[in-house]
Design a protein around this ligand. Structure first.
Ligand code: S3P
Length: 448
C-alpha cells in the first residue's frame, strides 16, 4: 500500500488515540501471569500486539478481545505450558524481550523468533544477564534471535542479581524484572538513563514490591537509575482492571502534524504522559511549540492528560543526554519538526536509534535527503540545517512503522505531495493513522 499526503488543509478537531503500545504489551502479558481474570480497556489492536496475543495462545492462555476490551484468564506463574512450536514475535522486539522474561518466570521451554528484521536486533543484552541468573538460554552466534530457552526444574529458583545495563532500555529492564519473579531475594538493576517505568508501576499495582531511585554519577550526562524488585514467595500477581491511556508515541505524529501545518489546532484526549515518554513534548516546547496539557490526572497508576496543539513557528535545538531516552521512539517525528524549523537542530548520543525497527539514523537521513531536506548523518545522531522544508517526492518506509508515519506527515506542508511506499507497515502500531488524519482535515490518499 502507498500512502500519499498532500499539503493544503489545516488540521482541526479532536481525537482519542488507541491504547499505548508499551502498556498494551505489558497488560496482556502480565495478566497472563496473574491469578484470575483481568480486563483491559482501550487495548491497542495492531500488528505488534497481535503477535503478543498469538504467543499467549501458544502458551495455553485463553483471552478474548471485543472491540478494544481484552479479557485474559491468568493461571498464575506456573500456569503457562511450553509451546509446541517456535513463537513468532513478528517484527516486535518488545514482544520478544518481554516474553523471554515472562517465560523464564513461568519456567517453560520455548524458542522465540521473528522476522529477519527482528533477527537483526541485539539480544545479548538480555541473554547475558539471564544467564547470570542461572537461566539456560542461548542466542544464535551473532547474539540475535532465535533465542532458545530451556525449562526450569520444578521447585528450582533463580539467583537474584545486581546488574548494570549497558544502555538505558525499558525492554531489557522489564525482561529482567519479570525473570526476577522466579528469583529468591532482591534483584537490583542500574540503568544509565531514565527509561519508561511502566513495568514498575504495573507490577506494583499487582502486588510486587518494586522501588526506584536515582543518583548523579560523575562523568555521565545523566543520573543512574536503580530499580529493585523483591518478590515475595510464592509470587501471586493480582489481576488487572484498567483502561489504557492513548499512545503518546502515536500522538507524536499528530502533534508534529499540527505544529507544521498553518492554521491547525487539535485536541488529543487522554494521552499517557509517563515522564519516561514525554521527552518529545519537552523538545518541541524548547523549539517554541504551542503545546498545552489540560486535565492532568493519574489513571491506574499512569499520568494521563489532554493535549492541545496549535500551529507554531519552530526553531532548531540540540538534543542529547537523558532527553534522548525519554523520546527514544520519537526521533522520526521530531526530525520532521526540525526540518520545518528555522536554524539548525543537532541530535547526539542517540546510537540506540541504529537498533530500532530500522537503522533510524541512516533511514531518516536517506529519506529526508530524498525530499530535499539538508540533513547529515553522524555516528550517534544527525544534524538538520533547518529552513529547508521538504519538497514533493516518493520515499521508502524501510519496514519501519514510525519512519513511514513521519515521512507521511512531512507532506502536510511540503512543496507538493509526499508518497510513502510500503506504508502498510503503519498497521503494526497505528492502524487508524490515515483515517484519523483524514478526519482532522488532512489530504490523505491510499493506493492498495
Ligand atoms: C519499549 C522500550 C523501548 C522502545 C520500544 C518500546 C517498551 O525500547 O523503543 O518501542 O515497551 O519497553 P528499548 O527498551 O529497546 O529502548
Amino acid at each position: 500500500m502507498n500512502l500519499t499526503i498532500s499539503p493544503g488543509a489545516p488540521l482541526r478537531g479532536e481525537a482519542s488515540l488507541q491504547g499505548d503500545k508499551s502498556l498494551s504489551h505489558r497488560a496482556a502479558l502480565f495478566a497472563a501471569l496473574a491469578q484470575g481474570e483481568s480486563c483491559i480497556d482501550n487495548f491497542l489492536v495492531s500488528g505488534v500486539t497481535r503477535a503478543m496475543l498469538d504467543a499467549l495462545t501458544a502458551l495455553g492462555i485463553s483471552w478474548e478481545l471485543r472491540d478494544r476490551r481484552l479479557s485474559v484468564r491468568g493461571r498464575g506463574l506456573a500456569g503457562m505450558r511450553s509451546p509446541l512450536e517456535r513463537i513468532d514475535c513478528g517484527n516486535s522486539a518488545t514482544t520478544l524481550r518481554l516474553l523471554a522474561g515472562a517465560l523464564v518466570a513461568a519456567g517453560v521451554s520455548a524458542v522465540l523468533d521473528g522476522t529477519p528484521g527482528l533477527r537483526a536486533r541485539p539480544m545479548r543484552r538480555i541473554v547475558e544477564p539471564l544467564q547470570a541468573m542461572g537461566v539456560e538460554i542461548e542466542a544464535d552466534e551473532g547474539g540475535e534471535a532465535p533465542l532458545k530457552l530451556a525449562a526450569r526444574l520444578p521447585g528450582r529458583s533463580l539467583a537474584s542479581i545486581d546488574y548494570t545495563l549497558q544502555v538505558a532500555s525499558a525492554q531489557v529492564k522489564s525482561c529482567l524484572m519479570l525473570a526476577a519473579l522466579a528469583a529468591r531475594g532482591t534483584t537490583t538493576l542500574h540503568e544509565p538513563g531514565p527509561s519508561r517505568d511502566h513495568t514498575e508501576r504495573m507490577l506494583r499495582s499487582m502486588g510486587v514490591p518494586v522501588e526506584a531511585g536515582k543518583r548523579e554519577a560523575p562523568g555521565l550526562s545523566g543520573p543512574i537509575i536503580t530499580t529493585t524488585i523483591s518478590p515475595i514467595y510464592p509470587v501471586e500477581l493480582s489481576p488487572l482492571h484498567m483502561t489504557l491511556p492513548g499512545d503518546i508515541s502515536a500522538a507524536a505524529f499528530l502533534i508534529v502534524a499540527a505544529l507544521i501545518t498553518p492554521g491547525s489546532e487539535i485536541t488529543l484526549r487522554s494521552v499517557g504522559l509517563n515522564p519516561g515518554r514525554t521527552g518529545l513534548l519537552d523538545a518541541l516546547r524548547a523549539m517554541g511549540a504551542d503545546l498545552q496539557v489540560k486535565g492532568l490526572s493519574e489513571v491506574n497508576g499512569e499520568p494521563v492528560g489532554d493535549l492541545i496543539v496549535r500551529y507554531s513557528s519552530l526553531h532548531g535545538i540540540q538534543v542529547s543526554g537523558p532527553l534522548v531516552v525519554r523520546m527514544i521512539d520519537e526521533f522520526p517525528a521530531f526530525a520532521i519538526a526540525a526540518a520545518y524549523a528555522q536554524g539548525p537542530t543537532v541530535v547526539s548520543g542517540a546510537l540506540e536509534l541504529r537498533h530500532k525497527e530500522s537503522d533510524r539514523i541512516a533511514a531518516i537521513c536517506q529519506e529526508l535527503d530524498r525530499l530535499g531536506v539538508k540533513i547529515a548523518e553522524t555516528p550517534d545522531g544527525f544534524r538538520i540545517q533547518g529552513n529547508t522544508p521538504p519538497r514533493s517526492g516518493t520515499v521508502q518506509a524501510h519496514g519501519d512503522h514510525r519512519l513511514a508515519m513521519a515521512l507521511a506527515i512531512a507532506g502536510l506542508s511540503a512543496g507538493g505531495p509526499v508518497r510513502v511506499r510500503q506504508a502498510e507497515i503503519i498497521a503494526e502500531s497505528f492502524p487508524d493513522f490515515d483515517t484519523m488524519l483524514l478526519r482532522l482535515g488532512a489530504h490523505v490518499k491510499r493506493e492498495e
